[in-house]
Design a binder for this molecule. Structure first.
Ligand code: ZN
Length: 156
């Protein structure tokens, strides 16, 4: 039996050019509930809107996101074995990355994405738009070892 955890655990965030950030991550097998909780605590403390497992040294396909908490609307999300199954439209945002502090970059992303992922009751699918869609693309790139500095900068 696992002992109950109390308090927050803030994990160290790997910084570019750490080679772990360039690894293509493998599917999650088993329960990663504790890791997800630690990743959310770490993301909020950073403070960021998204954090992918390789950024804390775990090369598995899981990321956490809260696209709206900085606007006062907390919405903590955990995505296990996520896969983008559809993309529509386009948007350009200036993105930051917790692994590349203070190097913002203008990146073109789809305006909306459909994301399939493992939920509590099995595989499910959900559509995301705007900031959440851009954030999901950013974190999905992390799971494939891709950083914003690997992407072309979008024109003004
Ligand atoms: Zn990042």
């Amino acid at each position: 039996m696992r002992a109950a955890r109390s308090g927050r655990l803030i994990l160290p965030i790997l910084l570019s050019p750490d080679p772990v950030l360039n690894v293509r991550c493998t599917p999650v097998v088993g329960d990663r509930t504790d890791l997800a909780r630690d990743m959310l605590d770490t993301m909020y403390a950073a403070p960021g809107r998204g954090l992918a497992a390789p950024q804390v040294g775990v090369t598995e396909r899981i990321f956490v996101m809260d696209a709206t908490w900085k606007e006062g609307l907390p919405d903590p999300r955990v995505f296990v074995n996520p896969e983008i199954t559809a993309r529509e439209g386009a948007q350009v945002n200036t993105e930051g990355c917790l692994s590349i502090p203070d190097v913002p970059r203008r990146i073109a992303r789809p305006a909306s994405v459909t994301l399939a992922f493992d939920g509590v009751k099995g595989r499910r699918s959900e559509v995301f738009t705007g900031m959440a869609a851009a954030c999901i693309c950013h974190e999905m790139d992390h799971l494939d070892g891709i950083l914003i500095t690997d992407l072309p900068e979008a024109p003004e």
